[in-house]
Ligand binder design. Structure first.
Ligand code: SF4
Length: 342
């Protein structure tokens, strides 16, 4: 695996959710940009399986099976193990050690005011039948996130348009460490906006999301995509072909906009003028989408058919990650006076 020391370092990752596969929204909102960024940065790309435990620890589901599916999605999207280290978070214990050490410096009040903590706490309390179901791990989640980034002393983290604020706590923790030990050790990680297309509309007209069951997955076959688009939400007021459509709110033709950037305008105009039908639009959009997904499907099949190769990629990625993270921890232990400096 080649590394280029002059490149800045970037950390990216996604969490298995229990459903084990990524959809077009994940691809357009993150993965596509990561593939571009792997040429620009020294990239570490992890599957956040420990993070998944904050909500799935009591579910009985196989986090590992899900995590491997996410790794396959990374590879199918075009992440190249020769250019970026791909690994599971739980294979790199240094994340946990730095999490513990940074926990000693992070005020509880910083964590209690994180908006996603409040939201998730309510959801979890509802699901688990009370506050006793809300774990300490959920509260500490942002510190683990900070450790994930800082353990590589990463300069950059790709985030969606509305998520730049999520990085602020990691920056605060980096500043606090540097200030406490009078060092300039951790860079304050900067957000690289990875979302290029805006929020993808799902097949029912709402945001594309696993939980709404309205997504097209990277693993969907051509037949599944055809069937999903046939049933997709279009313009509710368009009962006949002679009724004008509203492409801006139509799930099918929002996909057309993204996957046919040079041709979609004509189709949108014809829709507004009621001179084209939805059946034709859906058929054409499915063809365009399937053509775009075909290279991803081929790459996924290649890796899925060879589990030993996937094992090797994850093993080598984890080794590089551990070596880099251990360099950081060696210094951190000294600065925190856990080992003698002399
Ligand atoms: S013609 Fe296309 S844009 Fe218009 S409503 Fe039908 S599917 Fe949507």
């Amino acid at each position: 695996m080649s590394t280029t020391p002059t490149k800045k370092r970037l950390l990216s990752g996604m969490q298995p959710t229990g459903a084990g596969k990524l959809h077009l929204g994940n691809y357009e909102g993150a993965l596509k940009a990561w593939v571009r960024l792997q040429d620009e940065y020294e990239m570490f790309c992890f599957v956040a399986d420990w993070h998944a435990l904050t909500t799935l620890a009591t579910s009985g589901q196989s986090i590992n099976a899900d995590a491997r599916e996410i790794a396959l999605d990374y590879l199918s999207a075009g992440l190249d193990p020769e250019k970026c280290a791909i690994f599971l978070q739980s294979e790199v214990p240094q994340h946990a050690e730095l999490f513990l050490l940074l926990s000693m410096l992070t005020p509880v009040t910083w964590l209690e005011r994180v908006p996603t903590y409040k939201e998730r706490r309510e959801i979890l309390a509802d699901r688990e039948g009370g506050e006793a179901g809300v774990s300490y791990g959920l509260l500490g989640y942002p510190v683990l996130q900070a450790a994930d980034i800082l353990v590589y002393r990463a300069h950059a983290v790709p985030v969606g348009k509305d998520q730049a604020a999520h990085l602020e706590l990691s920056r605060e923790i980096a500043r606090r460490f540097n200030h406490t030990y009078h060092v300039d050790f951790f860079p304050e990680p900067q957000a690289v906006i990875s979302e290029t297309t805006g929020t993808l509309i799902g097949l029912d007209g709402r945001k594309m999301s696993k939980s709404y069951d309205n997504a097209i997955y990277l693993t969907d076959t051509a037949d599944e995509v055809n069937a999903k688009l046939k049933k997709a939400f279009t313009t509710p007021t368009r009962l006949r072909m002679t009724d004008p459509g509203v492409p801006e709110g139509c799930s099918v033709c929002q996909l057309r906009r993204i996957y046919d950037p040079n041709g979609y305008q004509t189709q949108w105009d014809e829709c507004r003028a009621a001179s084209r039908g939805c059946v034709q639009s859906k058929k054409e959009t499915a063809e365009i989408l399937n053509a775009a997904l075909e290279p991803l499907r081929e790459r996924r099949k290649m890796y899925a058919d060879d589990p030993a190769q996937l094992d090797l990629i994850l093993k080598q990625g984890a080794q590089k990650a551990r070596d880099t993270a251990e360099d950081t921890l060696r210094e951190v232990r000294k600065m925190m006076r856990l080992v003698n400096v002399f």
